[in-house]
Design a protein around this ligand. Structure first.
Ligand code: ZN
Length: 290
């Protein structure tokens, strides 16, 4: 398999979930071997932040990466779309501290990437193949990765809320079509009492019913209802794929996650990177100039 980049630059504008301010996003094609790089263009000097676990700053509410004082928040939905569509190399310019939330899902980014188009580059795509199982636990939450073909996911959530309850997505095998039809449209969700607490703290100022599935104690408040009966667990899978993108290359393995979230996803990535004997990198060759 060859590395891929987008065929032409493409832009969109949306609001930041936390700031509520407009953010402009531009994706540029990038050379083979360069990976995914975010660039803050609003600072006095542009700051480049690689989409790598080493740049992880926070997993609180969203996945945030940074370098020095420059951070970019809510990178996971865009990274999920890039991973699922097999885009290895791209430069992501953003003129603020967060990626626009769009409709709270990855579907607008899939549309953007489809519109830009993509092409094979002359370098082989390295993949990280799992050889031994690894697991991270935190009380009754856990996540495990073991050998498998492609990337497959078995994810379960259990919320004591009438609109969610127990949901499980079993044997999801990632490819671009399965992602586009079953995962990309699943939106961020939150509880009204948490959202109100965030607003009081001056956070989530851009969060509203157009970009978040919001629930009171009994029901979903969005007029249009849910996009899937199990939209919540599908969004968890969306987040997981975006978080795994911080490994820096596609993974061949099978993941089982139970009640996990950004923090546990990144704890697994950390454990993976700390345990090189549990995997091998295949297809690693010197990059060929495009
Ligand atoms: Zn998310």
């Amino acid at each position: 398999m060859s590395q891929r980049t987008i065929a032409e630059k493409i832009s969109c504008t949306g609001i930041g979930l936390h700031s509520g301010e407009p953010v402009h996003l531009t994706l540029h094609p990038a050379r083979a071997g360069s990976g995914i790089t975010f660039i803050r263009t609003d600072l006095s000097h542009p700051v480049e932040i690689p989409a790598r676990h080493e740049a992880l700053v926070s997993t609180n509410l969203a996945t945030t990466i940074g370098r020095g004082d420059a951070t970019i928040s809510t990178v996971e939905h865009l990274l999920s779309a890039l991973y699922a569509l097999g885009i290895d190399n791209v430069q992501v310019e953003v003129d603020g501290p967060e990626i626009p939330v769009m409709d709270g899902s990855a579907a607008p980014f899939v549309y953007l990437l489809r519109t830009a188009g993509s092409f094979d580059q002359r370098s082989e795509r390295p993949t990280l193949r799992i050889r031994e199982a690894l697991e991270v636990r935190d009380g009754d939450r856990h996540i495990r990765i073991e050998p498998g073909e492609g990337l497959s996911v078995d994810y379960s959530v259990d919320f004591s809320h009438p609109a969610i309850g127990r949901q499980r997505l079993e044997d999801f095998s990632l490819d671009d079509a399965a992602f586009e039809h079953g995962i990309a449209r699943a939106r961020t969700f939150g509880f009204l009492r948490d959202v109100e607490a965030l607003w009081r703290a001056g956070l989530a100022k851009g969060g509203n019913l157009n970009n978040t599935v919001v629930m009171d104690d009994d029901r979903v408040l969005n007029d249009e209802g849910l996009r899937f009966p199990d939209e919540f667990v599908r969004h968890k899978v969306l987040d997981l794929i975006g978080d795994l993108a911080l490994v820096g290359m596609p993974i061949e393995g099978r993941i089982t996650a139970c009640r996990a979230g950004h923090a546990l996803h990144q704890a697994l990535v950390q454990k993976l990177l700390d345990t090189p004997e549990a995997w091998i990198v295949e297809g690693l060759m010197a990059a060929v100039p495009d």
